[in-house]
Structures are given as structure tokens and as C-alpha cells.
Design a binder for this molecule. Sequence first.
Ligand SMILES: C[S@@+](CC[C@H](N)C(=O)[O-])C[C@H]1O[C@@H](n2cnc3c(N)ncnc32)[C@H](O)[C@@H]1O
Length: 206
Amino acid sequence: MEIILKYFPDLTEEQRKQFAALYDLYTDWNSKINVISRKDIENLYEHHVLHSLGIAKVIQFRPGTSIMDLGTGGGFPGIPLAILFPEVKFHLVDSIGKKVRVATEVANAIGLKNVTFRHARAEEEKRTFDFVVSRAVMPLADLIKIIKKNISSKQQNALPNGLICLKGGELEHETMPFKHKTVIHSLSDNFEEEFFKTKKVVYVPI
Ligand SMILES: C[S@@+](CC[C@H](N)C(=O)[O-])C[C@H]1O[C@@H](n2cnc3c(N)ncnc32)[C@H](O)[C@@H]1O
């Protein structure tokens, strides 16, 4: 938890409580339904919560922004971002029902009011959003094909609407459909821990 305050020192009391509660909630749920590698649960704050919040080092979403988290699993990056941006609406989608259940239970337990959930393949989601966020779901080119239909043309943020995803070192092997427009941000610029050395935030305006 200290690592969250190290990089996000201005959290409200409520946000601190919500982040602090995640450890016990995920430890408990993860023992029943696997959403994080069991060996990695002790790294929850660094590898999962702070990693998710890396998106906030690229863009500060304005109040009223709507965001879909495609393939949220147990709620990453959607739940940490929903804590950080209480006035932004998040829609968490995953094709595996029991993972959506974990995300829902965790969000309810910490009283998140700005999150909705859907058990479906993202291909079936027809609503539009300002941004789609995603971590560890599928190659960039496949993500773009699926979410083109979901990006609203109405702009309300400093960056144009589009896709923002968290990627690791595997990026070199990916094809970049919108290469000229794509912005790659290295999280090692923001977070000094070894884990972030190869981690990127990839932004594609759509
Ligand atoms: C490796 S997990 C990552 C989960 C989470 N984003 C995280 O970083 O912890 C990939 C998730 O994407 C979901 N997924 C894959 N393809 C999907 C699709 N077409 N629509 C919705 N969810 C999908 C899977 O069910 C799985 O929960």
C-alpha cells in the first residue's frame, strides 16, 4: 500500500481506505477464484494496482468521462482507476463470468459507485465510451478491431478518445495498425521499481 502513496500522495482518506482494503479482498477471493497468479498476490500493490494506475501518468480523465475496461478479469486496470477517478464512469467487461463476479464483489465491498459490469465478449458490447482501457488481453491489432465501434466521437478530454493499454516487453513483436498515431509511454519514467523497466502504456487515438 505504501507504494501507492509514494506515487499518488494526494489521495483522499476514502481512497486510501479503498486501496488498503484491496489486499484482504483479493487474497480472499483469489483463493476461491483465480484472478491473479497465486505466487503474485504478495505483489498485488506493485504489479497489479500501481501498474493499473500507470494509465493515470499518461492522462488525467476529466469528470464525466466514460471508460470500458476490456477483459478486466478480476478488475485490472478498471478497479484501481475507478478508485483514483471517482467522477469517471467505468464499465468492466469480461467473457468469464466468475472473474466478473470477483470484480463485482471487490467493487461492492469498497463501496465503488462509478463502476458497472458485464459478463460478455467485448465483441457483443455495443455502447460507446470515451476510452477503452485494457491489460494483458490480446494483441493491439485485435483490440483495435473490436473496439473501433465502441469509441464515441464526442470529445471531452485533453487527449482525443481512443484505446489505452498496458503492455510489457512483448510489444516489439506486435504489429501497429496506427503506427503514426500511436504514442508509447515508458512507465520506467514514472516508477523506479525493476518491474516497470519493460512496462509501457500504449495510446492509440481512434
Ligand atoms: C490474462 S487475463 C487479464 C485480466 C486483467 N485485465 C488483468 O490484467 O489482470 C485476460 C482476460 O481477458 C478476457 N478476454 C479475452 N478475450 C475477451 C473478449 N473478446 N471479450 C471479453 N473478455 C475477453 C479473459 O476472459 C480474461 O479474463
